[in-house]
Design a protein around this ligand. Structure first.
Ligand SMILES: Nc1ncnc2c1ncn2[C@@H]1O[C@H](COP(=O)(O)OP(=O)(O)OP(=O)(O)O)[C@@H](O)[C@H]1O
Ligand SMILES: [Mg+2]
Length: 376
């Protein structure tokens, strides 16, 4: 997938900007606070209809304005053109137009523009809490399977409803039949989520192992395991185990006012030489693992969507060593379109033409909410 043109109106610190992009690597450079990440954020928003920095879209509107609009012209690997536009205002909400048609359901559109993001917060993926790792899987799977996204939306809706009922139950007012009917919904969608996550984790684990070996030149083996709190006994189906768990935990759930079993409490376990990365790995090993994981995410989406995802790297190169960056750009810059932000353009100049020969690199200078393509 390639983004050819991007237009921003009243987005973050941009009053208006129109930018053209090409094949290969795009280095977006400029001082702190100039607006580099905002460009990646706009591309991310166009692909996933969400920001990676805020859940409140009001924050994205240029101060003093009342709405923002982002437009992009993409071309798919098969040469099909996709024109997307998203507008938002607090008064009218969010609206998405794809090829001139207003989209009724955003979920049908997610995945059309496959995208992989690596930003500083990802560097804590292997050390932080489980919610961050579930989010990683959810974003990956929502882009690769419309069915997964549908199940996820339904699951989260049922979860909110059931939690509401449970908190009412604490005060003695709750219809047990209603509680059970939400349980049935949670089990139906939850088993779908668990199966797809297990399947994806097994594939990711193999792929991460290969990438890690390539990046580290070591024999250390990495592995990913999906840790599911719905455990099946022999001859028991996942749905049966799930039902049973609900029966066992209901009293506790009423006490806590929240749903206990289910994929909203699952986790991914990352292992290095059989030991949890969290307790065992060095800083460098964590970083190598995260890059391997992102390469695996790229590969997974490429296989599922039959085209290379767009890659966004937000300001992470100060964190990683130059060799790894070169290796990664060599691998990815030829396959997909890459966008990189950095405060130091020198960093890329220093890598030298020999190391990234025949890789097309385009430079963009960002200054106070304006973007200009500059000479290589
Ligand atoms: N809604 C908004 N309206 C106007 N300005 C905003 C808005 N939201 C953020 N900003 C400002 O826009 C500027 C650009 O932010 P951005 O994160 O894109 O910068 P950056 O170039 O990535 O900086 P850094 O190198 O520090 O990461 C910042 O000064 C930020 O405070
Ligand atoms: Mg930034």
């Amino acid at each position: 997938m390639k983004l050819q043109r991007l237009s921003l109106v009243n987005f973050r610190n941009y009053k208006e900007a129109h930018i053209q992009f090409f094949e290969g690597v795009h280095v977006i450079y400029g001082e702190n606070g100039s607006g580099k990440t905002s460009i990646l954020e706009a591309i991310h928003y166009l692909a996933l209809t969400k920001s990676f920095r805020t859940t409140n879209d009001k924050n994205l509107i240029l101060n003093t304005e009342k709405m923002f609009r982002i437009q992009g012209e993409f071309s798919s690997g098969q040469g099909t053109a996709i024109q997307s536009a998203i507008g938002y205002s607090p008064a009218n909400g969010k609206s998405l137009t794809v090829n001139g048609q207003k989209a009724q359901k955003f979920s049908d559109y997610i995945g059309e523009i496959p995208l992989v993001l690596l930003h500083p917060a990802d560097l804590t993926l292997s050390q932080g809490g489980p919610a961050q790792r579930r989010r990683f899987l959810d974003i990956l799977l929502s882009q690769s399977s419309a069915l997964y996204l549908h199940s996820l939306i339904q699951y989260n809706r049922s979860l909110r409803q059931r939690n509401q009922l449970l908190s009412e139950a604490r005060e003695g007012k709750c219809d047990p039949q209603l509680l059970k009917s939400w349980e049935e919904n949670l089990i139906a969608h939850g088993t779908e989520l668990i199966r797809k996550r297990q399947e994806a984790t097994a594939r990711l684990s193999e792929s991460v192992k290969q990438h890690y070996r390539g990046l580290s030149n070591s024999e250390d083996k990495v592995k990913i395991i999906y840790r599911c709190n719905v455990e099946t006994q022999s001859n028991q189906s996942l749905a049966e185990a799930y039902h049973r768990l609900f029966e066992q935990s209901r009293a506790k759930e009423v006490e806590y006012g929240t749903t206990l079993p289910g994929p909203h409490r699952d986790d991914l376990l990352f292992l290095l030489s059989g030991k949890p990365l969290k307790d065992y790995a060095s800083q460098g090993e964590h970083k190598t693992f995260i890059i391997a994981l992102k390469l695996a995410e790229f590969q997974h989406l490429q296989q599922q969507r039959l085209q290379a995802p767009i890659l966004l790297f937000d300001d992470i190169f100060g964190e990683l060593d130059a060799n790894r960056i070169q290796q990664m750009l060599q691998q990815l810059g030829h396959i997909g379109q890459v966008f990189i932000t950095t405060t130091s353009r020198n960093f890329f100049d220093k890598m030298g033409p020999a190391s990234i020969s025949d890789l097309p690199i385009h430079y963009y200078r960002v200054e106070d909410g304006g973007v200009a393509a500059t000479e290589a």
